[in-house]
Design a binder for this molecule. Structure first.
Ligand code: B12
Length: 251
């Protein structure tokens, strides 16, 4: 059949079919100045196009230690672009945000804390590494598609300056399609509660890393649960996976 007829059978404009012929996607023979396409080739082409494509391959991280070593090197030498590219590659390969936090950010930050405590890392170097982590985490927070699962408020009470753990909890919930109000650090209990009720939160996450903030964290926990809202407090030793598991269920 002529290419014009083949285009009609394929449901596309003549120019599109012509382009497919030129790129070799659609087999055709040139007869004089026109192209002719065999019936069988039109059928094959249609079948090929209608075949469901395989889902994007999921990156399987076989060796997290290797990833940690590379990430740590990037953080300690201030290679922000490389650090971000590495994390984005994992994310775009389908690795869950909770895994990136638990198996990459957390252990590497833990090690940085040990280096700092033993004096082999200056405060400037630690700050540079933390800042890179903060900005890299922000790059993971993309607009979720579809209806949010619920509204969450995440923050840290007064007395604790560690903002990264709550940023991780935020990234995890956002990756699970939650609408998150991330308050950062030093949030007084009464103001915390007011915002929680103002936004109609379904879930409240209190993140405490420095033990001095625990008493005020407990005050917030108490106020929120008395208001009948689900609340979870966590910090070092409480896996983010437990938060992700709860957040994966509908509210
Ligand atoms: C970066 C850092 C800082 C930065 C923070 C920058 C920032 N933007 O966050 C700065 C410079 C501000 C800082 C300050 C201080 N720091 Co500091 N810091 C760190 C470091 C290196 C990393 C912190 C971090 O982000 N860790 C990674 C987190 C994400 O890992 P994680 O603890 O396993 O967290 C998991 C859980 O918390 C969980 N999670 C978090 N929230 C929630 C909520 C729920 C519901 C659930 C389920 C789970 C969950 O998710 C996380 C991811 O898996 C740690 C080292 C370490 N061991 O963590 C020290 C560390 C926490 N800091 C420490 C200290 C001593 C301090 C200072 C007192 C230092 C000083 N003399 O000024 C001050 C404290 C100031 C204050 N009052 O808060 C000590 C704390 C020791 C202790 N327990 O008392 C540590 C452990 C360092 C060390 N090895 O000694 N720090």
């Amino acid at each position: 059949m002529e290419l014009k007829e083949a285009a009609e059978r394929l449901g596309v404009h003549y120019q599109t079919a012509y382009r497919w012929v030129r790129t070799g996607e659609l087999r055709a023979h040139k007869i004089g100045t026109t192209y002719s396409v065999d019936e069988a080739d039109v059928v094959n082409f249609l079948e090929e196009r209608n075949r469901p494509t395989a889902p994007p391959s999921k990156t399987q991280v076989r060796n997290w230690e290797h990833q940690q070593t590379r990430f740590s090197e990037f953080l300690l030498s201030g290679k922000e672009i490389e650090a971000r590219a590495m994390v984005l590659r994992l994310f775009e390969g389908g690795v869950e945000v909770v895994d990136i936090c638990e198996y990459l950010f957390s252990p590497v930050l833990f090690q940085i804390g040990e280096f700092w405590a033993e004096g082999s890392l200056t405060i400037a170097e630690e700050h540079r590494a933390s800042a890179i982590c903060e900005r890299t985490l922000a790059a993971l927070m993309q607009n979720p598609r579809g209806r949010p699962r619920g509204v969450a408020v995440i923050g840290t009470p007064p007395g604790d300056e560690h903002s990264l753990p709550s940023a991780m909890a935020t990234a995890v919930l956002r990756s699970l399609r939650w609408q998150v109000h991330h308050l950062g650090t030093q949030v007084p209990p009464k103001d915390f509660l007011k915002l929680v009720t103002d936004v109609g939160a379904d879930l409240v996450v209190i993140s405490v890393t420095h033990p001095s903030a625990l008493p005020e964290g407990e005050v917030i926990e108490d106020l929120v649960s008395r208001a009948g809202i689900r609340v979870m407090m966590g910090g070092p030793g409480t896996p983010l996976r437990s938060l992700a598991d709860i957040a994966s269920r509908r509210v």
